[in-house]
Write a protein that binds this ligand. Sequence first.
Ligand code: UTP
Length: 289
Amino acid sequence: MTVKKAVIPAAGYGTRFLPATKAQPKEMLPIIDTPTIQYVVQEAVDAGIEDILIISGKGKRAIEDHFDRNHELESRLEESEKEQLYNEMRHIADMANIHFIRQKEINGLGDAIYYARYHTGDEPFAVLLGDTVIDSVIPVTQQLIDAFEQYNASVLAVEKVPKEKVDRYGIVGGKQLSDKIMEVTEFVEKPDPATAPSNLAIAGRYILTSEIYRALEQTKKGKNNEVQLTDAIQLLSKREKVIADTIEGKRYDIGNKLDFLKTTVEFALRRKEFAKDFAAFLKETVKGL
Ligand code: UTP
């Protein structure tokens, strides 16, 4: 079976980014001028996925509006002959078939994914965290789909992190099947660097078979009293093969303030229209430190 659908969970409170996220979704925080979740949708589309389910929730209406048409704005742009902007706005509404479902209580990432069960049915599906952008040549979701097709198993994107920093991440362990593919048998949340099974951290992109729903039904609330997707995947790995794919790409977790700042700087330096001025400004600023 090929992967035709993607699920983007975007219902979380975003407590690490308060107060900005008190009344607006963190997934709408812009990297320069583009909401984070638009990069995420673009990645799915670039991997050939046209059907996307966004898990939304209270205070997340701006996400729905962003991917909808805005006729008044479009007419205004058309009248003032801002053709490029007009086309850009139309493109956002036409990127994919985007569906929404609301997570009624914020009970964790695992609970959010469970809301997708009627939408994805028996099909395998991609999961892309709505607050994580991954910059890569080949879209990471495409890399995972390729691995899924080769190994016929659920796939977790993982990235190598410095050994001394493993205690900040969800780390996997298991048997290496090739340079970049590991059959996963162990999942440890924030392990001690001395006993960590590897330095491969779960990176916010997954391909899951529909068996994940059975596993989620049997997963009790875990850390933070929330249903953790990692716990369900661990259960899944006892029933069928689960692999980890060391992705080629750089992950940006905009859900925490420091990473958000770093992301903004790196992306700004790549933007032709202000790369030069911004670099000069940064050099000048750093000089004074
Ligand atoms: P995070 O754990 O990073 O999001 O989940 P959070 O809970 O909003 O963050 P903090 O810790 O309070 O700052 C990763 C993605 O999963 C979604 C989030 O919206 C985010 O895009 N999520 C998380 C849900 O959709 N539902 C949940 O119950 C939890």
